[in-house]
Design a protein around this ligand. Structure first.
Ligand code: NCD
Ligand code: ZN
Length: 352
């Protein structure tokens, strides 16, 4: 039985660090495990320009330097910025982003799809000049793949996005690098498999470990509520299969998304699971459930770097098979708290 796992230092290709006072919690949590982190731009207001991305990166680095994590982790942590695509983003914005060297990708949120996405794109195929520029420069498009029409059932929104939107983007821009972020369905997994090497997908720990029963049976459990929403068990099973298959199209992206506890435990609770602190033990549990711990390192530490055209990290982390209890909460913002995914529950693995 495997009791120690040494992994090349992982990266997180999809994380929400937020801004302001939140950074003093989220940055050291992320930096404890990850080197490169792709920082989602859905701030209020969103990160729309290269200048805003550079300023946001500075705020993240200031929080890092003020934190009490080790100098080694401070040196390893490398926040990578993303521009939030709007109806007004231009091809010139893309050129400037590429030339800055600070922007690693552009994020497409269909307007209204998720937390802080009100400024998202309303006419996706109207963004052709932007996609052309991104294709030319090799700048990846990260997609939140859900349609947002009121008449489409929330459990069908990912599948409809594949059929109605993503297939058209791919047909029109066949060389555009695209990451299907936080996929949740067998449909998305199989769609990704059917595309060329320029199309990949990230998978969160919660979509590997849970299905909609965890969210809804025996009472509504708001800490399992994220978008895209957890689906049926057969979808969870397909995600486990592709994540552990060794196919380089599928890699880590935690989508760790902090919301203060009281905003999730509410009559209109926010979407997002906070998984940054325990992400690797969570993924280890998922891979172990498939008898596939030997496939974990490529998923957490190799395939994403390769897709983004970056070298793999030279440092490493160790997980040991030793039970730990996830804390009930962390202090967050001014006197508030942050409830992590699986708060108070036991995990078989821990990061040392
Ligand atoms: C994210 C957030 O809170 O910013 N929430 C979520 O449920 N995943 C937004 C997102 O990634 O869709
Ligand atoms: Zn996200």
């Amino acid at each position: 039985m495997t009791t120690t796992l040494t992994l090349i230092q992982p990266d997180d290709w999809h994380i929400h660090l937020r801004d302001g006072a939140a950074l003093s919690t989220t940055v050291p949590h992320a930096a404890a495990s990850f080197n490169r982190v792709i920082c989602m731009p859905n701030l209020v207001p969103p990160v729309k320009t290269t200048a805003e991305a550079i300023a946001y990166r500075e705020r993240i680095l200031a929080a890092l330097s003020n934190s009490d994590i080790t100098n080694e982790r401070k040196a390893g942590f490398d926040p990578r910025m993303v521009l939030y695509l709007t109806d007004h983003t231009s091809a010139d914005d893309i050129k400037m982003a590429v030339e800055s060297g600070v922007v690693s990708a552009v994020k497409l949120y269909p307007a209204g799809a998720t937390t802080n996405s009100a400024d998202g794109v309303t006419d996706i195929l109207g963004r052709a000049p932007v996609f052309e520029a991104m294709q030319k420069y090799g700048l990846p498009l990260l997609v939140h793949g859900e349609v947002t029409h009121n008449n489409v059932d929330i459990f069908d929104r990912e599948k409809r996005f594949l059929d109605d939107v993503l297939s058209k983007i791919i047909a029109n821009f066949p060389a555009l690098k695209i990451v299907m972020e936080h996929i949740t369905t067998a449909d998305a997994a199989d769609f990704c498999l059917a595309q060329g090497d320029n199309i990949a997908a990230t998978i969160t720990p919660q979509h590997l470990l849970f299905n909609r029963n965890h969210l809804l049976v025996g009472g509504v459990k708001p800490h399992y509520y994220c978008l895209p929403i957890l689906k049926r068990a057969n979808h969870q099973q397909r995600l486990l299969e592709v994540a552990t298959s060794g196919n380089p199209k599928f890699f880590i992206g935690t989508d760790s998304a902090p919301h203060a506890t009281h905003t999730k435990e509410s009559a209109c609770g926010c979407a997002g699971c906070y998984s940054a602190v325990h992400a690797l033990p969570l993924y280890a549990a998922a891979f172990e459930s498939m008898n596939a711990l030997d496939k974990l390192e490529n998923f957490t530490s190799v395939f994403g770097a390769r897709f983004y055209g970056l070298p793999v990290n030279t440092s490493s982390i160790t997980l040991i098979k030793k039970e730990q209890t996830i804390p009930e909460s962390y202090p967050y913002l001014d006197g508030k708290s942050l409830t992590p995914l699986l708060a108070g529950q036991t995990l078989a693995w821990q990061q040392v």
